[in-house]
Design a protein around this ligand. Structure first.
Ligand SMILES: [Fe+2]
Ligand SMILES: [Fe+2]
Length: 228
């Protein structure tokens, strides 16, 4: 697995989770606060994983690329700006979910839900733009400028930056959203102790935490090869 494969896997998982959230919100029964609480908690994990991915990019990957690719610095401003917009859009969605789960004025919940659906659609649109931009601006210069050794070193640096606690969610997240052929290549390239920990503990814990989101199918608008 190269660092670019890892990024592609994370991007696929991000697109899938936001699509799941839109579907799940559409299916929520009005006034079902227990279900809203469960979705709020599950999406809290997605949100933390997305923010952690932005941190790895801003603090580890972009500096690496800026050192190797002459004009990368001029492009990175747009990507950093995107992260600021996306973190704000994520915060709005989390706040809307919290209100839907814990707000105590029933008459307001229909308006809260409507606003939340709009905020989630906006987050989805921003993410699609950003992930397409990254695939265009980051993947080609990385593939042409980094040797396999540098790619492995960068991957190790990203994992160290994330820490084992975060990796214990990232690995099952990526695997749960990868097509079967990619699951195999991720598993064979990842360090054996991490795969063993995934199979023994992390996969089940991830499934438990994410169940309120992952029980709905991902809508067909995802790119070909994404999880269903
Ligand atoms: Fe990314
Ligand atoms: Fe990004």
């Amino acid at each position: 697995m190269t660092i670019i494969h890892m990024m592609e896997g994370i991007h696929r998982a991000i697109r899938a989770d936001v699509a799941r959230l839109e579907t799940t919100l559409g299916l929520l029964e009005p006034g079902d606060r227990a279900a809203a609480r469960a979705v709020h908690e599950a999406f809290g994990w997605t949100s933390a994983l997305i923010e952690s991915h932005h941190l790895s990019e801003d603090e580890v990957m972009w500096p690496f690329l800026a050192r190797r690719t002459p004009d990368f610095e001029s492009r990175v401003c747009q990507l950093e700006d995107d992260h600021v917009e996306l973190d704000a859009a994520l915060a709005r969605v989390r706040a809307g979910l919290r209100l839907l789960a814990r707000g105590s004025i029933d008459a307001l919940s229909a308006a809260t839900r409507r606003r939340l659906l709009e905020d989630t659609a906006r987050l989805d649109a921003l993410l699609r733009d950003h992930l397409d931009r990254e695939a265009h601006l980051v993947f080609p210069p990385f593939e042409s400028s980094a040797s396999p050794r540098e790619s492995a070193a960068l991957e190790a640096a990203v994992m160290k930056h994330a820490g084992l606690r975060r990796v214990s969610m990232v690995l099952p997240w990526v695997l749960a959203n990868a097509p079967v052929a990619q699951q195999r290549s991720i598993r064979s390239a990842a360090p054996a102790p991490l795969v063993a920990a995934h199979d023994l503990l992390w996969r089940r814990r991830f499934a438990r935490r994410m169940a309120p989101l992952y029980r709905v199918p991902v809508r067909a608008a995802l790119p070909a090869g994404a999880a269903s």
